[in-house]
Design a protein around this ligand. Structure first.
Ligand SMILES: *[C@@H]1O[C@H](CO)[C@@H](O)[C@H](O)[C@H]1NC(C)=O
Ligand SMILES: *[C@@H]1O[C@H](CO)[C@@H](O)[C@H](O)[C@H]1NC(C)=O
Ligand SMILES: *[C@@H]1O[C@H](CO)[C@@H](O)[C@H](O)[C@H]1NC(C)=O
Ligand SMILES: *[C@@H]1O[C@H](CO)[C@@H](O)[C@H](O)[C@H]1NC(C)=O
Ligand SMILES: *[C@@H]1O[C@H](CO)[C@@H](O)[C@H](O)[C@H]1NC(C)=O
Length: 426
């Protein structure tokens, strides 16, 4: 396919390639009913006319836009799980719930069914995924939930291949893995706020639990490297709940829950919005980044019966029914993400940058049953450990984020093929 960009072909050859691409489109997009109903479609198209390509394009666009993957419900999937803690070594200790005695197993036996998509959301196909990402690179940018997501992907891919460690530094927060058969590399970037931040106590020894967040400065730990990646998945959430001092233009403009005299509490929503605005701006302004950025929306926690530090726990064994409404904070954080994404998207279109939304908040909201709770460590540990209602057991509902991811990669592939066909015909 690369050849298409670099060479000019005689017309006959050009059309042959169009036929090949059109055929490829027909085989990868099972939604083309108007054409598929006529088994002679391909034979009749010798070569495909401009009209048939336009039709093809309309069908692809309509099938993408007419089908909102992210609005739906969880339905039973007896086939799951697709790996266990014995087949996958990438499960983080604290998310290996079966190891620590979680007795129920229903929580990994569900799949997402979007309301408006004829074919639903196919479960993750590791070979298809690896074929799409062959020769490519993917970065997971965010906090430990982002790492949780990446480890889930490694486990799902372990049905086909294990990666080799390709880390450029010896730091668990920045692991890189390469799938040698497919020359595919994925990397984790640790940046819990996406913007520059310093740990409590560093700049103000007195304030032992307050982070400094520089809301208008993206964290260079990831922005400096995104040019090396074809796909960048950014996310952020739970760290924004912590008490923080907010800086803009290097001066304090307010805080979130700092309880300091003379400093306005702007709430976490202020900081969250600014952090995403800055992160998205960094992606838009990056000259080296030519890939696709996915904003994976907030994955809510599910503490019940108290806050995380007040004995709150998550003991449900079933997903919520889809009419259970989100808690107000989740709703607000999600709304902020959508607003900031839309704002950035307008600029992205002008600049020809590709920003996409992995809008999985509602799906994850409906899964209070998927967290480790107290099955993230040995029960006899003689210290007070909080129940983990933030991360997700592996296997578990976070595996489904990869169903969404693959569906989005397929859509991107369709768009790429169409763009090539269009270019050929112009
Ligand atoms: C895997 O889970 C089982 C329970 O299903 C547990 O007995 C075992 O210790 C776990 N193994 C590893 C390697 O985590
Ligand atoms: C592997 O992929 C990288 C880009 O991710 C590319 O630069 C490199 O040439 C590829 N290597 C081979 C052997 O194809
Ligand atoms: C940032 O602060 C500097 C120095 O105080 C000032 O000159 C500049 O105008 C400020 N910029 C913005 C965008 O507020
Ligand atoms: C708060 O601001 C007032 C008025 O500007 C000032 O008198 C007071 O000293 C300040 N308090 C602190 C703790 O900075
Ligand atoms: C657990 O902690 C308590 C109080 O700190 C101590 O008295 C006890 O010996 C500890 N038990 C074990 C098994 O370490």
């Amino acid at each position: 396919m690369e050849l298409l960009h670099s060479a000019t072909f005689p017309t006959k050859q050009k059309l042959l390639i169009v036929v090949i691409i059109a055929t490829a489109l027909l085989t990868i997009i099972p939604l083309l009913y108007p054409f598929l109903e006529d088994p002679n479609f391909l034979l009749k198209q010798q070569p495909p006319s401009q009209n048939s390509i336009i039709k093809l394009q309309d069908t692809v666009v309509a099938s993408h836009e007419g089908c909102d993957l992210f609005s739906g419900e969880w339905v039973p999937n007896p086939e799951a799980p697709y790996y266990t803690n014995t087949t996958c070594w990438a499960i983080h200790e604290h998310q290996n719930c079966m190891r620590f005695g979680r007795p129920d197993t229903d929580f990994f036996k569900w799949k997402w069914r979007p309301y408006g998509c004829e074919d639903g959301l196919p479960v993750f196909d590791p070979i298809r995924f690896l074929e799409i990402v062959r020769g490519k690179t993917m970065a997971f940018v965010g906090d430990s939930v982002s790492r949780n997501h990446m480890q889930s992907l490694i486990c799902l891919l372990s049905q086909v291949e294990y990666p080799v460690d390709a880390s450029v530094k010896d730091d668990d927060y920045f692991r890189r893995w390469t799938y040698e058969t497919y020359n595919f590399t994925m990397a984790a970037f640790w940046t819990p706020h996406l913007v520059k931040s310093t740990e409590p106590g560093k700049t103000h020894p007195k304030y032992t639990d307050i982070f400094d967040l520089y809301l208008d400065e993206a964290d260079e730990i990831w922005t400096a490297d995104i040019g090396d990646f074809d796909y960048v998945i950014i996310s952020s959430g739970h760290w924004h709940y912590r008490p923080s001092l907010y800086y803009e233009n290097k001066s304090v403009v307010g805080c979130h829950y700092c309880q300091l005299p003379n400093i306005t509490d702007l709430t976490m929503f202020y900081g969250y919005r600014k952090a995403f605005r800055t992160a998205l701006k960094a992606v838009l302004d990056s000259e080296s980044f030519k890939g696709v950025m996915y904003l994976r929306t907030f994955a809510p926690s599910h503490f019940e019966g108290g806050l995380w530090n007040e004995g709150g726990d998550c003991l449900r064994k079933q997903p919520y029914k889809s009419d259970v409404t989100q808690d107000e904070t989740t709703m607000m954080l999600h709304k902020i993400q959508l607003e900031e994404f839309q704002r950035a998207e307008e600029e992205a279109k002008q600049k020809g940058k590709r920003l996409r939304l992995l809008d999985t908040t509602q799906a994850m909201w409906l899964r209070p049953d998927g967290h480790p709770s107290h099955y993230g460590h040995m029960p006899e540990t003689n210290v007070t450990l909080y129940n983990d209602c933030v991360h997700w057991c592996l296997p578990g509902p976070i595996d489904n984020l990869n169903d969404f991811l693959l569906a989005m990669l397929k859509r991107e592939e369709d768009k790429g093929l169409l763009a090539q066909v269009r270019k050929m015909l112009s």
